[in-house]
Design a protein around this ligand. Sequence first.
Ligand code: GLC
Length: 438
Amino acid sequence: MQRKPLFVIGLLMLAALVLAGCPAPAAPAPTGEAAAPGAVTVQAMLASNPREFDNAAVAYCAEQTGINIEVINGPESATDRLALYLQFFGAQSGDIDIIQMDVIWPGILAEHLADLNPYLEQEGVDIGMYFDRIVQNNTVDGALTGLPWFTDAGILYYRSDLLEKYGFDGPPETWAELDEMATAIQEGERAEGNPDFWGFVWQGNSYEGLTCDALEWQVSWGGGEIVEPDGTISINNPQAAAAFDMAASWVGRISPPGVVSYQEEDARGVWQAGNAAFMRNWPYAYALGNAEDSVIRDAFGVVPLPKGEGPDARNADTLGGWQMAVSRYSSNVDAAAKVAICMAGMEGQKIRATQGSMLPTIGALYEDEDVLAANPFFSQMYDVFAGGAVARPSTVTGELYNEVSTIYFTEVNRTLTGQQTGQQAVENIEAQLQDLLR
Ligand code: GLC
């Protein structure tokens, strides 16, 4: 089978990335050497910055299926990635066969994706092995738009060595405790000669990641879920406003002023250099923090994010995660579906879980010895990972979710940068959502 013209992809990506102000992506890396010459090739748009475990899983599936898998690196930001996918799909481009789809996108992308149900049957895969909540999430009008590939939940990383050094018994249970510990540790570390040390790093940039962080703050204060599952727009409430004011008060005090433009990797950069006491991030940072050359190896732990204040205060961790989806415009839907099934299959997920702490979507893998040995926190936080995380309102708002999220993260970011109060933010978000969802 002939390879498809890559220049079309290149042009579209370049255009999209230049628009988004991102550096151009690396050239596609053919990773299917194991497959026979002349075998079918599928193109998959995956991680922006593939790590060893990404390549290992792709190589495994190329070998298993006999299909060449050409990996194209997608944008890092979920917001930019969605814009790029919509450009491809808008042109009904057959240049990308497989995409990784965020857990919030089935309602937006369903019309462009192949239903994977028949392929699962053909390959004899039991859909029952996957977390049901994610299968439901990915099912739109009876069609399975994507296979659960890995799940995600926002978690709190803490420096166990520094908590001990400053006399704290354990990680914070409330944001007020986090603030107190972060302040003390930051002062102490700076006084000892590290001017770059900060108390708490997180994701404050105006993009999808901020929707995840801000939803955690507001739910932890009992401030509702923006738009409730029954469609009620609940954002305008004092608890949500107080949660945003709390986060704004961190900026420049216990969090770097630049946190208002941080994405995941910016936060991890500070944390991984040993320059933060706490970090909010996804589980992927666990394996990287414990890598052999890491300065924080064995010096940190993870727990659910802290609670806010008020009668409905609780721990809240946003549900994230990615699916393997196949483009309806692919000329190789069959081959692409086989690859997607392998990537999201037991072994494909095990490689990524053991080497990269990517959370499996298959319950049985949380009992696998190798997976648990690499990630002791998987069992400790199983309840969060298997169903307890808070979903963004993507099912109820469907194809409009991206607009909802954009309104939300834009207004929250304006609060973080001191342009408005939490109360003004919740009022502005409410007014815009009423217009949009009316
Ligand atoms: C992670 C999550 C994803 C979320 C994104 C935001 O990749 O898995 O669901 O949308 O972060 O930055």
